[in-house]
Write a protein that binds this ligand. Structure first.
Ligand code: BV8
Ligand code: ZN
Length: 267
Protein backbone atom coordinates (compact mmCIF):
# COMPACT_ATOMS: atom_id res chain seq x y z
CA UNK A 1 0.00 0.00 0.00
CA UNK A 2 1.50 3.39 -0.99
CA UNK A 3 2.79 4.97 2.28
CA UNK A 4 1.07 8.32 1.79
CA UNK A 5 -2.32 6.74 1.34
CA UNK A 6 -4.63 5.37 3.97
CA UNK A 7 -7.55 3.03 3.60
CA UNK A 8 -10.66 4.73 4.96
CA UNK A 9 -13.71 2.75 5.91
CA UNK A 10 -17.29 3.81 5.97
CA UNK A 11 -17.69 5.01 9.60
CA UNK A 12 -18.57 8.70 9.31
CA UNK A 13 -16.19 9.95 11.98
CA UNK A 14 -13.31 8.75 9.83
CA UNK A 15 -14.71 9.21 6.33
CA UNK A 16 -16.27 12.66 6.63
CA UNK A 17 -13.10 14.69 7.34
CA UNK A 18 -11.31 12.75 4.62
CA UNK A 19 -14.05 13.53 2.10
CA UNK A 20 -13.92 17.22 3.00
CA UNK A 21 -10.15 17.51 2.57
CA UNK A 22 -10.15 15.32 -0.56
CA UNK A 23 -12.92 17.44 -2.11
CA UNK A 24 -10.82 20.61 -2.04
CA UNK A 25 -8.06 18.92 -4.06
CA UNK A 26 -10.50 17.22 -6.45
CA UNK A 27 -12.35 20.49 -7.12
CA UNK A 28 -9.16 21.83 -8.72
CA UNK A 29 -8.65 18.91 -11.14
CA UNK A 30 -8.66 19.84 -14.82
CA UNK A 31 -9.40 16.50 -16.50
CA UNK A 32 -11.19 13.67 -14.69
CA UNK A 33 -11.56 10.03 -15.78
CA UNK A 34 -13.96 7.79 -13.84
CA UNK A 35 -13.98 4.00 -14.43
CA UNK A 36 -17.09 2.20 -13.19
CA UNK A 37 -17.99 -1.45 -12.74
CA UNK A 38 -20.98 -3.49 -11.67
CA UNK A 39 -20.73 -2.24 -8.05
CA UNK A 40 -22.11 1.15 -9.15
CA UNK A 41 -25.35 -0.55 -10.31
CA UNK A 42 -25.64 -2.83 -7.25
CA UNK A 43 -27.81 -0.28 -5.37
CA UNK A 44 -30.18 -0.25 -8.35
CA UNK A 45 -30.90 -3.90 -7.59
CA UNK A 46 -28.70 -5.34 -10.35
CA UNK A 47 -26.52 -8.21 -9.04
CA UNK A 48 -22.82 -7.50 -9.68
CA UNK A 49 -21.03 -9.55 -12.30
CA UNK A 50 -19.34 -11.79 -9.72
CA UNK A 51 -22.18 -11.95 -7.20
CA UNK A 52 -23.02 -15.59 -6.69
CA UNK A 53 -25.49 -16.53 -9.40
CA UNK A 54 -28.73 -17.83 -7.94
CA UNK A 55 -31.51 -20.21 -8.91
CA UNK A 56 -31.06 -22.09 -12.16
CA UNK A 57 -27.81 -20.15 -12.82
CA UNK A 58 -26.17 -21.10 -9.46
CA UNK A 59 -24.31 -23.95 -11.17
CA UNK A 60 -22.69 -21.53 -13.66
CA UNK A 61 -19.64 -19.25 -13.53
CA UNK A 62 -20.56 -15.95 -15.26
CA UNK A 63 -17.11 -15.90 -16.78
CA UNK A 64 -17.95 -19.20 -18.51
CA UNK A 65 -21.33 -17.98 -19.77
CA UNK A 66 -19.99 -14.63 -21.08
CA UNK A 67 -18.02 -16.20 -23.98
CA UNK A 68 -18.61 -16.80 -27.71
CA UNK A 69 -17.88 -20.50 -27.13
CA UNK A 70 -20.76 -20.75 -24.62
CA UNK A 71 -23.12 -19.12 -27.14
CA UNK A 72 -21.86 -21.44 -29.89
CA UNK A 73 -22.35 -24.46 -27.63
CA UNK A 74 -25.77 -23.47 -26.27
CA UNK A 75 -27.31 -20.31 -27.80
CA UNK A 76 -30.63 -20.99 -26.09
CA UNK A 77 -29.15 -21.06 -22.56
CA UNK A 78 -26.83 -18.07 -23.03
CA UNK A 79 -29.51 -15.88 -24.67
CA UNK A 80 -31.93 -16.85 -21.89
CA UNK A 81 -29.37 -15.72 -19.23
CA UNK A 82 -28.85 -12.40 -20.96
CA UNK A 83 -32.56 -11.81 -21.41
CA UNK A 84 -33.16 -12.47 -17.70
CA UNK A 85 -30.44 -9.87 -16.93
CA UNK A 86 -32.09 -7.49 -19.43
CA UNK A 87 -35.38 -7.90 -17.56
CA UNK A 88 -33.62 -7.09 -14.23
CA UNK A 89 -32.19 -3.96 -15.84
CA UNK A 90 -35.59 -3.04 -17.31
CA UNK A 91 -36.96 -2.64 -13.79
CA UNK A 92 -33.85 -0.80 -12.55
CA UNK A 93 -33.45 2.96 -12.15
CA UNK A 94 -30.29 5.07 -11.63
CA UNK A 95 -29.31 5.13 -7.94
CA UNK A 96 -27.62 7.99 -5.97
CA UNK A 97 -24.20 6.86 -7.25
CA UNK A 98 -25.28 7.27 -10.89
CA UNK A 99 -26.90 10.61 -10.14
CA UNK A 100 -23.83 11.92 -8.29
CA UNK A 101 -21.62 11.04 -11.28
CA UNK A 102 -23.95 12.93 -13.63
CA UNK A 103 -23.87 15.92 -11.26
CA UNK A 104 -20.04 15.71 -11.13
CA UNK A 105 -19.76 15.78 -14.94
CA UNK A 106 -22.10 18.79 -15.12
CA UNK A 107 -20.09 20.58 -12.43
CA UNK A 108 -16.75 19.83 -14.07
CA UNK A 109 -17.98 20.89 -17.51
CA UNK A 110 -19.50 24.12 -16.16
CA UNK A 111 -16.07 24.93 -14.73
CA UNK A 112 -14.43 24.40 -18.15
CA UNK A 113 -12.86 21.10 -17.09
CA UNK A 114 -13.03 17.67 -18.77
CA UNK A 115 -14.91 14.61 -17.48
CA UNK A 116 -14.95 11.17 -19.11
CA UNK A 117 -16.94 8.24 -17.70
CA UNK A 118 -15.52 4.90 -18.83
CA UNK A 119 -17.87 2.09 -17.89
CA UNK A 120 -17.62 -1.71 -17.94
CA UNK A 121 -21.35 -1.91 -17.29
CA UNK A 122 -23.81 -2.95 -19.96
CA UNK A 123 -27.01 -1.59 -18.34
CA UNK A 124 -26.88 2.03 -19.68
CA UNK A 125 -27.89 3.43 -16.27
CA UNK A 126 -25.19 6.12 -16.60
CA UNK A 127 -26.90 7.38 -19.76
CA UNK A 128 -30.26 7.28 -17.95
CA UNK A 129 -28.77 9.31 -15.07
CA UNK A 130 -27.61 12.03 -17.50
CA UNK A 131 -23.87 11.52 -18.01
CA UNK A 132 -22.87 12.71 -21.49
CA UNK A 133 -19.25 11.70 -22.16
CA UNK A 134 -19.42 7.93 -21.75
CA UNK A 135 -17.06 5.26 -23.09
CA UNK A 136 -19.03 1.99 -23.04
CA UNK A 137 -16.21 -0.59 -22.94
CA UNK A 138 -18.23 -3.81 -22.98
CA UNK A 139 -21.25 -2.87 -25.10
CA UNK A 140 -24.89 -2.98 -24.05
CA UNK A 141 -27.41 -5.56 -22.88
CA UNK A 142 -30.14 -3.60 -24.70
CA UNK A 143 -28.62 -4.08 -28.15
CA UNK A 144 -29.15 -7.49 -29.82
CA UNK A 145 -27.17 -8.34 -32.99
CA UNK A 146 -27.97 -10.91 -35.69
CA UNK A 147 -25.11 -13.40 -35.96
CA UNK A 148 -25.94 -13.92 -39.65
CA UNK A 149 -26.53 -10.40 -41.14
CA UNK A 150 -25.25 -8.28 -38.21
CA UNK A 151 -28.44 -6.22 -38.04
CA UNK A 152 -28.64 -4.58 -34.58
CA UNK A 153 -31.86 -3.75 -32.72
CA UNK A 154 -32.23 -1.97 -29.36
CA UNK A 155 -34.63 -4.16 -27.37
CA UNK A 156 -36.47 -2.39 -24.54
CA UNK A 157 -39.62 -4.55 -24.61
CA UNK A 158 -40.75 -7.57 -22.55
CA UNK A 159 -38.87 -10.87 -22.37
CA UNK A 160 -38.21 -12.67 -25.63
CA UNK A 161 -40.50 -15.61 -26.38
CA UNK A 162 -37.95 -17.66 -28.27
CA UNK A 163 -34.29 -18.42 -27.44
CA UNK A 164 -32.15 -17.40 -29.14
CA UNK A 165 -34.36 -14.56 -30.48
CA UNK A 166 -34.45 -14.48 -34.29
CA UNK A 167 -33.56 -11.69 -36.72
CA UNK A 168 -36.64 -10.11 -38.38
CA UNK A 169 -34.66 -9.63 -41.61
CA UNK A 170 -32.99 -12.99 -42.17
CA UNK A 171 -34.22 -15.27 -39.36
CA UNK A 172 -30.67 -15.68 -38.04
CA UNK A 173 -30.01 -16.22 -34.30
CA UNK A 174 -29.39 -12.98 -32.40
CA UNK A 175 -26.83 -12.45 -29.56
CA UNK A 176 -26.54 -9.70 -26.97
CA UNK A 177 -24.46 -6.68 -28.14
CA UNK A 178 -21.88 -7.11 -25.37
CA UNK A 179 -18.14 -7.86 -25.56
CA UNK A 180 -17.51 -11.41 -24.33
CA UNK A 181 -14.30 -12.76 -22.79
CA UNK A 182 -11.87 -13.49 -25.59
CA UNK A 183 -13.49 -10.88 -27.86
CA UNK A 184 -11.81 -7.60 -28.81
CA UNK A 185 -13.22 -4.29 -27.62
CA UNK A 186 -14.32 -1.90 -30.38
CA UNK A 187 -11.29 0.06 -31.69
CA UNK A 188 -13.14 3.38 -31.21
CA UNK A 189 -13.76 2.56 -27.56
CA UNK A 190 -10.09 1.70 -26.98
CA UNK A 191 -9.04 4.91 -28.77
CA UNK A 192 -11.39 7.10 -26.69
CA UNK A 193 -10.36 5.46 -23.41
CA UNK A 194 -6.63 5.96 -24.04
CA UNK A 195 -7.16 9.54 -25.21
CA UNK A 196 -8.95 10.36 -21.95
CA UNK A 197 -6.30 8.56 -19.86
CA UNK A 198 -3.47 10.39 -21.63
CA UNK A 199 -4.88 13.73 -20.55
CA UNK A 200 -6.27 13.09 -17.07
CA UNK A 201 -4.99 14.49 -13.75
CA UNK A 202 -7.57 12.54 -11.69
CA UNK A 203 -8.53 8.86 -12.13
CA UNK A 204 -11.32 7.36 -10.01
CA UNK A 205 -12.08 3.60 -9.98
CA UNK A 206 -15.58 2.91 -8.61
CA UNK A 207 -17.41 -0.37 -7.97
CA UNK A 208 -15.11 -2.69 -9.86
CA UNK A 209 -13.10 -5.73 -8.79
CA UNK A 210 -10.31 -4.43 -11.07
CA UNK A 211 -9.53 -7.83 -12.62
CA UNK A 212 -10.94 -7.58 -16.16
CA UNK A 213 -8.60 -6.31 -18.87
CA UNK A 214 -8.05 -3.96 -20.56
CA UNK A 215 -10.08 -1.89 -18.00
CA UNK A 216 -7.95 -3.19 -15.12
CA UNK A 217 -4.83 -1.67 -16.72
CA UNK A 218 -6.28 1.87 -16.92
CA UNK A 219 -5.29 2.77 -13.34
CA UNK A 220 -1.59 2.14 -14.01
CA UNK A 221 -1.86 4.06 -17.29
CA UNK A 222 -3.41 7.10 -15.58
CA UNK A 223 -0.82 6.96 -12.79
CA UNK A 224 2.00 6.80 -15.33
CA UNK A 225 0.54 9.98 -16.83
CA UNK A 226 0.77 11.69 -13.47
CA UNK A 227 -2.86 11.44 -12.39
CA UNK A 228 -3.94 11.37 -8.76
CA UNK A 229 -5.75 8.04 -8.24
CA UNK A 230 -8.75 7.30 -6.02
CA UNK A 231 -10.74 4.07 -5.48
CA UNK A 232 -14.29 3.93 -4.11
CA UNK A 233 -15.35 0.32 -3.56
CA UNK A 234 -17.18 -1.89 -1.09
CA UNK A 235 -14.21 -4.26 -0.70
CA UNK A 236 -10.46 -4.13 -1.25
CA UNK A 237 -9.32 -5.03 -4.76
CA UNK A 238 -5.95 -5.44 -6.55
CA UNK A 239 -6.18 -1.68 -7.23
CA UNK A 240 -6.44 -0.80 -3.51
CA UNK A 241 -2.71 -1.31 -2.91
CA UNK A 242 -1.66 1.18 -5.58
CA UNK A 243 -4.16 4.07 -5.48
CA UNK A 244 -3.28 7.32 -3.68
CA UNK A 245 -6.51 7.08 -1.67
CA UNK A 246 -9.12 4.34 -1.12
CA UNK A 247 -12.59 4.99 0.31
CA UNK A 248 -14.32 1.75 1.26
CA UNK A 249 -18.11 1.72 1.40
CA UNK A 250 -21.15 1.92 -0.83
CA UNK A 251 -20.82 4.13 -3.90
CA UNK A 252 -24.42 5.30 -3.42
CA UNK A 253 -23.46 6.66 0.03
CA UNK A 254 -19.95 8.00 -0.60
CA UNK A 255 -20.37 9.63 -4.02
CA UNK A 256 -23.23 12.03 -3.18
CA UNK A 257 -21.23 13.28 -0.16
CA UNK A 258 -18.01 13.59 -2.14
CA UNK A 259 -19.60 15.41 -5.10
CA UNK A 260 -21.53 17.68 -2.72
CA UNK A 261 -18.26 18.59 -0.99
CA UNK A 262 -16.55 19.19 -4.35
CA UNK A 263 -19.37 21.52 -5.36
CA UNK A 264 -19.08 23.43 -2.06
CA UNK A 265 -15.28 23.59 -2.30
CA UNK A 266 -15.36 25.14 -5.74
CA UNK A 267 -18.23 27.56 -5.12
C1 BV8 B 1 -9.75 -8.48 -24.79
C2 BV8 B 1 -19.74 -8.06 -20.89
C3 BV8 B 1 -8.15 -8.94 -26.50
C4 BV8 B 1 -20.51 -9.32 -20.81
C5 BV8 B 1 -17.59 -8.39 -19.76
C6 BV8 B 1 -4.49 -9.37 -19.69
C7 BV8 B 1 -4.26 -10.09 -18.53
C8 BV8 B 1 -5.12 -11.13 -18.16
C9 BV8 B 1 -6.22 -11.46 -18.95
C10 BV8 B 1 -6.45 -10.74 -20.10
C11 BV8 B 1 -5.59 -9.70 -20.47
N1 BV8 B 1 -6.07 -9.17 -21.63
C12 BV8 B 1 -7.17 -9.82 -22.01
C13 BV8 B 1 -7.43 -10.80 -21.09
C14 BV8 B 1 -8.55 -11.75 -21.17
C15 BV8 B 1 -9.84 -11.19 -20.55
C16 BV8 B 1 -9.64 -10.91 -19.08
O1 BV8 B 1 -9.52 -9.77 -18.66
N2 BV8 B 1 -9.61 -11.96 -18.28
C17 BV8 B 1 -9.39 -11.80 -16.86
C18 BV8 B 1 -10.70 -11.79 -16.11
C19 BV8 B 1 -8.52 -12.94 -16.40
N3 BV8 B 1 -10.26 -9.97 -21.22
C20 BV8 B 1 -10.95 -10.05 -22.37
O2 BV8 B 1 -11.18 -11.13 -22.92
C21 BV8 B 1 -11.38 -8.75 -23.02
N4 BV8 B 1 -11.00 -8.79 -24.40
O3 BV8 B 1 -8.93 -8.01 -24.05
O4 BV8 B 1 -9.51 -8.80 -26.13
C22 BV8 B 1 -7.60 -10.21 -25.90
C23 BV8 B 1 -8.37 -11.38 -25.83
C24 BV8 B 1 -7.82 -12.54 -25.24
C25 BV8 B 1 -6.51 -12.54 -24.73
C26 BV8 B 1 -5.78 -11.36 -24.79
C27 BV8 B 1 -6.30 -10.19 -25.38
C28 BV8 B 1 -12.90 -8.59 -22.94
C29 BV8 B 1 -13.32 -8.36 -21.51
C30 BV8 B 1 -14.83 -8.03 -21.47
C31 BV8 B 1 -15.61 -9.22 -20.94
N5 BV8 B 1 -17.02 -8.84 -20.83
N6 BV8 B 1 -18.87 -8.00 -19.73
C32 BV8 B 1 -21.43 -9.34 -19.61
O5 BV8 B 1 -21.57 -8.33 -18.87
O6 BV8 B 1 -22.01 -10.42 -19.40
S1 BV8 B 1 -16.67 -8.19 -18.37
C33 BV8 B 1 -17.61 -8.33 -16.97
O7 BV8 B 1 -16.69 -8.09 -15.91
C34 BV8 B 1 -18.68 -7.26 -16.80
O8 BV8 B 1 -18.76 -6.32 -17.86
C35 BV8 B 1 -18.19 -6.49 -15.57
O9 BV8 B 1 -18.50 -5.15 -15.64
C36 BV8 B 1 -16.73 -6.71 -15.70
C37 BV8 B 1 -15.87 -6.37 -14.57
O10 BV8 B 1 -16.49 -6.83 -13.42
P1 BV8 B 1 -16.88 -5.70 -12.36
O11 BV8 B 1 -17.66 -4.64 -13.05
O12 BV8 B 1 -15.65 -5.28 -11.66
O13 BV8 B 1 -17.88 -6.46 -11.44
P2 BV8 B 1 -17.51 -7.46 -10.26
O14 BV8 B 1 -18.75 -8.18 -9.88
O15 BV8 B 1 -16.29 -8.24 -10.62
O16 BV8 B 1 -17.05 -6.49 -9.06
C38 BV8 B 1 -17.97 -5.58 -8.50
C39 BV8 B 1 -17.22 -4.77 -7.45
O17 BV8 B 1 -18.13 -3.82 -6.90
C40 BV8 B 1 -16.72 -5.62 -6.29
O18 BV8 B 1 -15.35 -5.28 -6.03
C41 BV8 B 1 -17.60 -5.20 -5.10
O19 BV8 B 1 -16.87 -5.16 -3.88
C42 BV8 B 1 -18.01 -3.81 -5.50
N7 BV8 B 1 -19.32 -3.39 -5.00
C43 BV8 B 1 -20.44 -4.14 -4.82
N8 BV8 B 1 -21.45 -3.35 -4.39
C44 BV8 B 1 -20.96 -2.09 -4.29
C45 BV8 B 1 -19.60 -2.11 -4.68
N9 BV8 B 1 -18.83 -1.01 -4.68
C46 BV8 B 1 -19.41 0.15 -4.30
N10 BV8 B 1 -20.70 0.25 -3.93
C47 BV8 B 1 -21.50 -0.84 -3.90
N11 BV8 B 1 -22.78 -0.71 -3.50
ZN1 ZN C 1 -30.20 -11.15 -39.71
Amino acid sequence: MAPEREALYAPDMVMEPAIQSLAVALSRKRSIVVLTGAGVSAESGIPTFRDALTGYWAKFDPQELATPEAFERNPEEVSRWYDERRMRCRDARPNPAHRALAQWEALQTARGGRFTLITQNVDRLHQAAGNRTIVELHGSLWVWRCTRCSREVEERGPAFTEFPPRCIDCGGPRRPGVVWFGEFLAPTVIRDAHAALADCDLFVSIGTSAVVHPAASFLAEARANGAYTLEINLDATPASATVDQALFGKAGEILPRLVGAIEAAGA
